[in-house]
Design a protein around this ligand. Structure first.
Ligand SMILES: *[C@@H]1O[C@H](CO)[C@@H](O)[C@H](O)[C@H]1NC(C)=O
Ligand SMILES: *[C@@H]1O[C@H](CO)[C@@H](O)[C@H](O)[C@H]1NC(C)=O
Length: 512
């Protein structure tokens, strides 16, 4: 939520860093620059007050659990593990087959639906083309950049309603229809053919730019076989931008059909489906939105541009208060911290979303914010801002938290307080019955959804509930206490541990 416009500042810092490295080292195709040196913070020491959430975050950092090679091994069949929501909203499932190099041909199936549970298919696209891997991405660390060429794209329509809808969007000349011709259910229509120079894709807002940024992760489990996930580039939240947008973040990963997470009933359905028989997903048990408790990231998350982060949210439904802690990192495994933002405030539930069934519209107000910086370039930047514009000028030190509430936010970070955001949330249960919380995808251009018209229509990667306890004293402690325990704030203990760590950090910085 709040404060993610930091992206732009961070991107600037990163680019300056890249230019320095580039001028010194020159570029090799598969070589990735190392991040500015930042000490490893022991996240778990700072999260000791919340054992389950701590365990979850530590799990994320567990070294060696996730491996990713550059260039990635892409061969295989990759499928969606749930009904995916794209900005718009668009609901779809994907089933992509990537063939062995050197040809690197691909065949991608996209099934679109009219409902948010992927139960009413509208049409399917069959996309054929070729992929060329270019180089390790210097913008999105851990990713590989690629170039794609479409050969053919075809479409099969599954519902009468979709026929009406598509007939108004697709020029009939495109589909080879006669003047009085109608679209017909279940017939295969060619929308694009590179050789015949035929292109009807513009009207659909269709793009495969997602193939231009790739990452394959192998998740090793102590028991059982490793699972493989294919991350493809993100889709721009603005409809007009999506056809040209070169991704710098990811969508929800696709699962390898042979080595996927277990259990994954949707994986099998999507794998077995075809353009004539699109997968119809089972109804997901809908659960009413109850935000009470603590929620934490399930993976090291990526954001368009250069940021990697983990999120920790605490909500109190009775008092309508929330707190979010965003740990930002410079590497795709979330081990090198760059800065931490803690924001808090209140929220109201507005009502059910009309656009995305099962989702709830909310309005969030950010009233308080604190920042801890580890990145040295960012430190210098903040430390030299005019007093009163971003915490205490000259008071910024690595690992030391500064309150930026009294300066109404921080100009340099693009945070203005108080700040309002229009949000979209939904809850689902995961394969094991644990509640999952989805919040709205951020506008790709780095702006903030500060108007109702900018309310998201798609979601970020879900967070999992790590504790159901509700905070006792809002706004005093940036973190939660166990409601059933004694009413003792952990803020002091936390504060001293942060200072201890930062002393350690400062020392390490001098060493380098
Ligand atoms: C982090 O701190 C915890 C608790 O003090 C400790 O058990 C763990 O070994 C530490 N991890 C690292 C990487 O220093
Ligand atoms: C921040 O500025 C103060 C005052 O100019 C200086 O003493 C301090 O060393 C600076 N800190 C960093 C991390 O640059």
């Amino acid at each position: 939520m709040a404060g993610e416009r930091l992206i732009h500042l961070l991107r600037t810092i990163w680019m300056v860093f890249l230019m320095q490295v580039l001028s010194v080292r020159g570029s090799k195709l598969w070589e990735v620059p190392t991040a500015p040196l930042v000490p490893h913070t022991n996240l778990s020491t700072r999260l000791f007050w919340e054992p389950q959430c701590q365990a979850q975050l530590r799990h994320l950092q567990n070294e060696g659990r996730i491996t990713a090679t550059i260039p990635p091994k892409l061969e295989g069949h990759w499928v969606s593990s749930r009904c995916e929501v794209r900005p718009g909203p668009e609901f779809l499932t994907r089933s992509y087959t990537l063939y062995q190099s050197p040809t690197r041909l691909f065949r991608a199936l996209q099934h679109y639906y009219s409902d948010s549970e992927c139960q009413v298919p509208t049409y399917s696209l069959v996309i054929r083309g070729k992929l060329r891997l270019r180089q390790a991405s210097w913008i999105t660390r851990g990713a590989t950049e690629a170039e794609h060429h479409l050969h053919k794209v075809g479409m099969v329509i599954h519902s009468q309603k979709a026929i009406h809808h598509l007939a108004t969007r697709l020029p009939s000349s495109c589909l080879g229809l006669k003047a009085e011709g109608h679209l017909v259910l279940h017939r295969f229509y060619e929308l694009f053919n590179a050789k015949a120079e035929k292109d009807c894709l513009g009207a659909l807002g269709f793009s495969m730019m997602e193939l231009e940024l790739l990452r394959v992760e192998t998740h090793h489990h102590p028991h059982g076989r490793p699972a493989q996930e294919l991350f493809l580039g993100d889709v721009h939240t603005e409809w007009n931008e999506r056809v040209h947008y070169r991704p710098s973040g990811y969508q929800e990963p696709l699962q390898n059909a042979m080595h996927h997470i277990h259990p994954c009933p949707v994986c099998g359905l999507v794998y077995r489906a075809s353009e004539q028989h699109p997968p119809i997903l089972p109804p997901s048990p809908s659960i009413p939105l109850n935000l009470n408790g603590n929620w934490v990231s399930q993976r090291c998350e990526s954001r368009p541009a250069v940021l990697f982060l983990t999120r920790l949210f605490v909500f109190n439904e009775e008092q309508h208060t929330w707190e979010g802690t965003y740990h930002h990192y410079s590497d795709p495994t979330c081990r090198q911290p760059s800065f931490t933002l803690s924001a808090s405030g209140n929220y109201v539930k507005v009502g059910q979303s009309i656009k995305v069934r099962g989702a709830t519209e909310l309005v969030f107000k950010v009233t308080h914010a604190k920042v801890i910086v580890f990145d040295r370039a960012l430190l210098r930047e903040l430390n030299s801002t005019q007093n009163g514009r971003c915490g205490q000028a000259g008071g910024w030190e690595a690992g030391i938290e500064q309150d930026i509430t009294w300066t109404n936010g921080c100009d340099a970070l693009g945070i203005r307080l108080p700040h309002k955001e229009y949000e979209l949330f939904k809850m689902e249960v995961d394969r094991k019955g644990h509640p999952l919380l989805f919040n709205g995808e951020r506008p790709t251009d780095g702006s903030s959804p500060e108007r109702p018209a900018k309310r998201p229509t798609s979601f970020q990667t879900p967070m999992v509930q790590c504790s159901t306890s509700v905070r006792v004293e809002p706004h005093h402690s940036p973190y939660s206490d166990h409601s059933k325990g004694p009413k003792k704030s952990s803020a002091n203990a936390l504060h001293s541990s942060v200072i201890l760590l930062s002393l350690l950090n400062a020392w390490i910085i001098h060493l380098f």
